[in-house]
Write a protein that binds this ligand. Structure first.
Ligand SMILES: [Zn+2]
Length: 502
């Protein structure tokens, strides 16, 4: 709640301003003091302290830092989807610019935090620097362009796209509405000719990249059926909607953490519901549908049910038969021109379709389901069940995390609050002292005195007697990174940020 809303709520609860006993100005001041206390020692420093505290607390938490100074930051998120087709946050970054070097650094850090594993597929904006960095760091990762961004870029190039529905439909058809490459080429040529766009450089460039964005032309590899990085966009909105120019880095960090907590709670809830509930369907729960209800999560079951429903409205015709291999022609009753060819091996229950839905999405298409159903196959063949869509997709991950928490040393945990408290108070002292020579000298003298005493303690208990020994252990465990906030930019129109008491 914003302070004004908080104050109104308090007034309401207490039965009026008089009963509450303090003014709205008092309330604002109090909230500001709380905020200042939260970022005592520097906005950025608090965030870094929190990051290193979490890294010390949680084995599976990772962060990387490589900045020196900034004024405006660009926020980016790595978002994926889980077995319930909901957002999963893999990571979030703040970048000072969008150059190749910065992206290379970012992707290297991402790779490191994923244990060196590269993503199979990434959807990105149409950004040349990012594209170059991707090919350097993830040479084997398929990069796809986000259709949502493409459409927005197209609208900014051709204003008519928004007002002219026929042009918009023609463009969307090229993006994701074509049956095959022949139809794609014909649709593209038709659009270029009808709207007189033959000489347009932007479209010519886009055509060169067609394999990266047309869903028709990229069915040969797994993309989980994600058409665009729209999910990333919605993530940015979900996290950033409360942030404004006066939001401190620490406030943002808290908002971000809250969003992630919500997502994780949803995931835990989804896992629980799927493990306990019995799914329902309009169709009789028998055969493959029943099997699907046992293995798939509720979200994926809905997709399967849809394909299953489509399969009922198809026509199937045997084309060839070679020993145990049968080839069928399958098409929807209403669209005889949308024919696909299904090959079925009735001994090994091998099935494949020219629509390549399984390869792209990881779930059998209605053409295959129709043929399997016709051959009285009552269970989805195990080779066509992609683990990532099942109820047990994350079982191993949950078990591993549980074990890690059990294994964590309690001693390590006990030291952490003290360490962070000391880092903060010392940091505050440094900030207070650095402008004054006398204060600086007191600090330096105090440090030498403390160091000598601490070393004596260690020497006495035979745990080490060298200064470097103590220094190393400190460096590897605690937040030794010190970052100062930048001077506030006083450009015109910039909102006033609450001033720190320091
Ligand atoms: Zn198919």
């Amino acid at each position: 709640m914003r302070p004004a809303v908080q104050y109104r709520y308090e007034c309401h609860q207490y039965g009026g301003v008089e009963a509450l006993g303090h003014t709205s100005r008092d309330h604002y001041n109090f909230v500001n003091r709380l905020k200042m206390k939260a970022i005592e020692g520097g906005d950025a420093q608090v965030v870094i302290d929190k990051l290193s505290q979490r890294a010390a607390d949680e084995d599976d938490f990772f962060y990387g830092l490589n900045w020196i100074a900034w004024v405006y930051l660009i926020c980016g998120a790595f978002v994926g989807i889980n077995n319930h087709w909901k957002n999963v946050m893999f990571g979030c970054c703040f970048l000072s610019d969008e150059t190749i070097d910065t992206f290379v650094w970012l992707f290297e850090v991402f790779k490191k935090c994923m244990g060196g594993v590269c993503p199979v597929l990434l959807f990105t904006d149409q950004d040349q620097a990012m594209s170059n960095a991707l090919s350097q760091v993830f040479p084997n990762t398929r990069a796809r362009l986000c259709q949502w961004h493409l459409y927005q870029n197209a609208v900014s190039h051709f204003g008519t796209l928004k007002s002219d529905d026929t042009f918009s439909d023609a463009f969307k058809k090229c993006l994701r509405g074509c049956y095959d490459s022949v139809e794609f080429e014909a649709s593209w040529d038709y659009m270029m000719e009808k709207y007189g766009l033959e000489g347009d450089k932007w479209l010519a460039c886009l055509y060169q990249l067609k394999d990266k964005w047309s869903t028709t032309l990229s069915k040969d590899f797994f993309s989980a059926g994600i058409l665009s990085s729209q999910r990333s966009e919605s993530t940015n909105n979900a996290i950033g909607f409360q942030a404004s120019k006066i939001t401190s880095l620490y406030d943002f960090f808290c908002m971000f953490q809250n969003t992630i907590s919500r997502w994780r709670q949803t995931e835990t809830n989804d896992e629980f519901v799927d493990s306990k509930s019995v799914p329902k369907s309009y169709f009789p729960m028998t055969g493959m549908l029943r099997h699907a209800s046992q293995i798939y999560t509720a979200t994926m079951l809905r997709d399967f049910e849809q394909e299953f429903g489509y399969s009922l409205g198809t026509i199937c015709e045997l084309l060839t038969m070679d020993d145990t291999i049968l080839v069928y022609k399958v098409w929807p009753q209403k669209h005889p021109q949308r024919t696909h060819q299904v090959t079925f091996d009735c001994v090994n229950t091998f099935v494949s379709c020219s629509c390549r839905n399984y390869e792209e999405v990881g779930m059998l298409c209605y053409h295959c389901l129709r043929v399997l159903h016709m051959h009285s196959v009552s269970e989805i063949p195990s080779s066509y069940i992609l683990r990532r869509w099942t109820k047990i997709a994350k079982t191993e991950v949950w078990d591993r995390l549980k074990q890690q928490r059990v294994n964590m040393s309690s001693l390590k945990k006990d030291c952490i609050p003290w360490r962070f408290q000391m880092s903060r108070v010392y940091n505050n002292l440094i900030i207070r002292s650095h402008d004054n020579e006398e204060a600086r000298k007191i600090m330096e003298k105090g440090y030498m005195c403390d160091l000598a005493h601490v070393l004596t303690v260690f020497a006495n208990i035979n745990l080490g007697d060298s200064e470097s020994g103590v220094g190393e252990s400190t460096a590897s465990n605690s937040s030794t990174i010190t970052v100062f906030d930048p001077p506030w930019d006083k450009t015109k129109g910039r909102s006033v940020r609450p001033k720190s008491g320091i």
